[in-house]
Write a protein that binds this ligand. Sequence first.
Ligand SMILES: Nc1nc2c(ncn2[C@@H]2O[C@H](COP(=O)(O)OP(=O)(O)OP(=O)(O)O)[C@@H](O)[C@H]2O)c(=O)[nH]1
Ligand SMILES: [Mg+2]
Length: 443
Amino acid sequence: MLNKIAESLKAAVSRIRHFDDEASLKRALEELRKALLKNDVHYKVVKDLIAAVETKTKQAGIQKDRFAKALEETLYETLAAAGSQGFTFADRPPTVVMIAGLQGGGKTTTCAKLAKYLKERGKKVLVAAADLQRLAAVEQLRRLCEQIEVEAFSASTPIETVNGALKRAKDGHFDVLIADTAGRLAIDAPLMEELNAIKSAINPHEIFYVADSLTGQDAAKTAAAFHEKITLTGVILTKFDGDSTGGIALGIARQVGVALRFIGVGEKLGDLEVFIPERIVSRLMGGGDIATLAEKVGAAIDEKKAKEIERKIKKGSFNYDDFLEQIEQLGKLGNIKSLLSMLPGAGALADKLGDVDLQNSKEIKHTRAMIQSMTRRERENPDLLNPSRKNRIALGAGLKIEEINRIIKQFKNGSKLAKQFSSKGGSSRLQSLLGAKNSFRTR
Ligand SMILES: Nc1nc2c(ncn2[C@@H]2O[C@H](COP(=O)(O)OP(=O)(O)OP(=O)(O)O)[C@@H](O)[C@H]2O)c(=O)[nH]1
Ligand SMILES: [Mg+2]
């Protein structure tokens, strides 16, 4: 996670009290060097970065805030060095994307994540299952696509699959075609030949290398080898939620020579983030990343439903069905830890929290069970719930009566809060937050 590296950078800067001469600058640079190396940033990248910070600080005058500014600028330059950001659409659809990488890196999951990401932004997406190497690969991709209601295409060979998928994408007026490919344990000639054949068949606009961040520096090495063989247009780092120190994200673009475009931050299909250097630098410098947070919330919330619920709240007719619906929407946000780490100053809190998966949290499961044990009338008229009804619901949901009372209290507090919020112009504030949804980068 980026929090670790952000913390060590902060510590490196704050360890130096008197920042006024070359000796103190040298000490600060040494602290910085140690912090970066400790976080698994490649030594060559570290060397360049330190040199740039030193030059910039000397030019600006040796002071702590100028040192911090120089660091911020240099981090940005390091991350932005390798070109395009976010997702780039072709001038004429379909935009064709090919996903490549080693076995188990997260290719298939990433195909579905990317499909979901694009679908939530109004694009019609087709996914081609061109991994016919592993027995269950086609089925795995089909299942994932079903979850997000995206069409999947497959045929009997990789080439037939991608050719057929491209034709289907054109005939069916799809905006994007994403092709999953087979992985191997190591880079070998047959794999590269297959990838090159797929590449020639569909002429992709984007070739993303999916790298497992847990493999550390190996991720950059293999990405570079793939780049040499098939010419990548971007890298996607997966499993960034794991024990990875984050340093690989800092160096990989510089090391491989192609931009880091997305990061995978969990196993859920919503756990994909666009890698936008400005935002990441802000996170590294402890400033949080409100823009990504707003975008995620915006994409997960169905605006039509949100309006409908807002209308109900105003009328005072907010009921248990609406409550459940809101909770389900919250669940779509996925991993709360990665969301929290985007709030300024909440990084440390996120680390303490551990992994809280909203979709599968006990809280949400209990609430769902309770509401599903209620009759239609009870759901629509929250005031109906008397002790005997509560007992029946508790039995039906397999919950204790105290748990039922707690959820009811939450519902009441929630609807009271919502009412206040909607009457104080809160909804326009919410709207402006959600507005960020439409501002995602296309270039
Ligand atoms: N925690 C975490 N797990 C991930 C992430 N991305 C993928 N995974 C998991 O990694 C495992 C392998 O993912 P796949 O998508 O099947 O990987 P693959 O590269 O398609 O694998 P092969 O097709 O066998 O080469 C699965 O258990 C995924 O759930 C991520 O960002 N975070
Ligand atoms: Mg796969």
